[in-house]
Design a protein around this ligand. Structure first.
Ligand SMILES: CC(=O)N[C@H]1[C@@H](OP(=O)(O)OP(=O)(O)OC[C@H]2O[C@@H](n3ccc(=O)[nH]c3=O)[C@H](O)[C@@H]2O)O[C@H](CO)[C@@H](O)[C@@H]1O[C@H](C)C(=O)N[C@@H](C)C(=O)N[C@H](CCC(=O)O)C(=O)O
Ligand SMILES: Nc1ncnc2c1ncn2[C@@H]1O[C@H](COP(=O)(O)OP(=O)(O)OP(=O)(O)O)[C@@H](O)[C@H]1O
Length: 491
């Protein structure tokens, strides 16, 4: 792209030195810089990108965007000084890739829990309707059939623009994105022209980052404010009105609100819910009347997720009559209340619950379908070096299981005993043990079971690694469970 054309997007800037005629790419990470590129220095949480501009120049960057003067050979290169390099990167990336989000239909899903499930549901239904889709979140980005691993649930602003550009080039119609509060607060979604913004729920998590629930809640509000005020194109906010934060998000947007709920009056509402071991049924009340929903997704929380997905597609013109049959054949979401296939008289679920609310919902899901003879054994873990305030609450919520094994998801560099005793503080009964080694914790849960019992292994879902210290080690809750079942139930 012509450099002068690209730089037009920045109003306040000081241009010093020799501007190349063309810029071939944009970068904010010196390790990825390519020849004839523009490098934007970002002051991060761990390091300052301004310390890497020399590396960027060595690798072929010709233009450096910074918030201060830097020593550069201005005969060959240019320095652009701007007040805010984070905002400058967002504008440059959007401009360089020709505002791809304006040409795509974009769903953004935010909330403490349920983002992956709702994005997967929307994505899977659209695929069944032969639409070309891309989905981005905790599991990376999938554009048509091409998978891209990403560092974060919500990518940095440059990667987002690159992926959206690619999606557009590949003829994608719909992009469904998980939107994290950290991503919103760091401007990683700046410039994305969302069409539908979905709110699942807000409960305690990430207070190590946001410090207060208010800060956390308002960070999520950025997504709804980002729907903008342009009424020439239809925009929708899909809001769970059983969660009080829906009112704040409704207040933040001029877009039409489409509500969903179980317990309050809403446009999409689930009633007569029946929970079974492998399926859930409910009556959907919708603008198109009543429909019987049958789904393989388990638990009340998945009723909410299903409502959110149906409402999101309805506002984009898909009829409920078309969508309902698609739900019937939908497989469960990997690692989210996923029943593991074992040849033993016990039921084992792998779940990704790692917040107090998710643990409560997960226990509720199992309790709703189990009989009084069956014991619920739950393995619950949390991560080191992350929100410590939620730990006792996780213990408290896990206490609703008959037997609890407190363990660790990813210890990182924190003392394992400290993590466990923090969770232990919330325990409401004494039928629990503290087992820092996750493999041993899973082993014990299965050894403790009797035929008929239900075991839930929560915290990691289908993640295939465990972070110990700074290193990732191979790990699989499902494989460990299957291995132990063979030993405990050999016949
Ligand atoms: C605290 C936090 O959010 N950090 C994010 C932040 O990293 P950072 O500020 O530490 O970046 P940095 O390493 O200091 O680097 C600063 C700048 O120097 C550059 N650099 C750095 C090194 C080098 O050699 N050369 C170089 O140019 C970097 O490219 C960057 O531009 O910016 C990075 C790029 O966008 C993110 O990957 C990173 O997320 C980290 C890995 C993270 O764990 N974040 C968590 C809190 C998070 O965002 N989580 C949510 C999920 C929540 C959920 O689903 O539950 C998420 O969206 O992933
Ligand atoms: N709507 C919901 N309400 C409460 N808990 C939920 C909901 N949906 C899912 N959960 C619980 O949260 C866990 C994670 O679900 P999911 O991956 O869909 O959420 P997420 O928001 O993407 O989480 P993360 O961002 O941490 O990946 C599930 O395994 C389940 O225990």
């Amino acid at each position: 792209m012509k450099t002068t054309e690209l730089l037009e997007c920045l109003k306040i800037k000081q241009v010093i030195g020799h501007l190349p005629n063309q810029i071939k790419s944009i970068h904010h990470d010196s390790r990825n810089v390519q020849n004839k590129s523009l490098f934007v220095c970002i002051s991060g949480f761990t390091v300052d990108g301004h310390d890497y501009y020399r590396d960027a120049l060595k690798k072929g960057a010709r233009v450096i965007v910074a918030n201060r003067s830097l020593t550069i050979d201005l005969e060959k290169n240019a320095l652009i000084i701007v007040p805010d390099t984070i905002k400058a990167l967002a504008k440059l990336a959007n401009t360089f890739y020709h505002f791809p989000s304006n040409k795509l239909n974009i769903f953004g899903v935010t909330g403490t829990n349920g983002k992956t499930t709702v994005t997967s549901l929307i994505h899977d239904m659209l695929r069944k309707l032969n639409q070309k889709t891309a989905v981005a979140g905790t599991n990376g980005m999938l554009i048509n059939k091409h998978y891209f691993q990403t560092a974060n649930t919500t990518c940095d602003v440059l990667t987002n623009q690159q992926l959206l550009h690619r999606a557009y080039q590949e003829g994608v119609d719909h992009v469904i994105m998980e939107v994290s509060s950290q991503g919103l607060s760091q401007g990683r979604l700046s410039g994305i022209n969302f069409d539908v913004a979905v709110f699942t729920n807000l409960s305690q998590d990430h207070l190590d980052y946001h410090h207060t629930m208010e800060n956390y809640g308002y960070a999520k509000g950025i997504l709804f404010a980002q729907l903008g005020n342009d009424m020439t194109s239809p925009k929708y906010a899909v809001l769970n009105c059983d969660d009080p934060w829906w009112k704040t998000y409704n207040y933040f947007t001029s877009a039409e609100a489409i509500t969903y709920s179980i317990y309050t009056d809403a446009i999409f509402r689930a009633t007569n819910i029946n929970y079974h071991t492998d399926t859930t049924e409910f009556t959907l009340q919708s603008p198109e009347g009543k429909h019987l929903i049958q789904s393989n997704l388990l638990g009340e929380f998945n009723v909410y997720n299903t409502l959110a997905a149906l409402a999101s597609l309805y506002v984009k013109g898909y009829s409920i009559t078309t969508l309902v049959p698609l739900l019937r054949g939908m497989s469960t979401i990997k690692g989210r209340m996923e029943r593991i296939n074992v040849e033993a008289p016990v039921t084992i679920y792998i779940d990704y619950a790692h917040t107090p609310d998710a643990i409560e919902k997960c226990v509720h899901a199992v309790r709703s379908s189990k009989n009084s003879e069956q014991q619920l054994i739950m393995v619950v873990g949390t991560g080191g070096e992350r929100d410590k305030e939620k730990r006792p609450l996780m213990g408290e919520k896990a206490s609703q299981a008959d037997t609890v094994i407190l363990t660790i998801n990813d210890p990182r560099n924190e003392d394992s005993n400290k993590i466990l005793t923090d969770m232990e503080k919330g325990m409401l009964h004494n039928n629990y043990s503290l087992i820092p080694d996750r493999k041993q914790a899973i082993k014990q849960a299965i050894q403790l079971s009797k035929p008929g019992d239900i075991i839930v292994i929560a915290g990691k879902g289908r993640e295939n690694y465990q972070i110990i210290g700074d290193k990732k080690y191979p790990h699989s809750d499902a494989s460990l469970a299957i291995e132990q079942v063979k030993i405990t139930y050999p016949d």
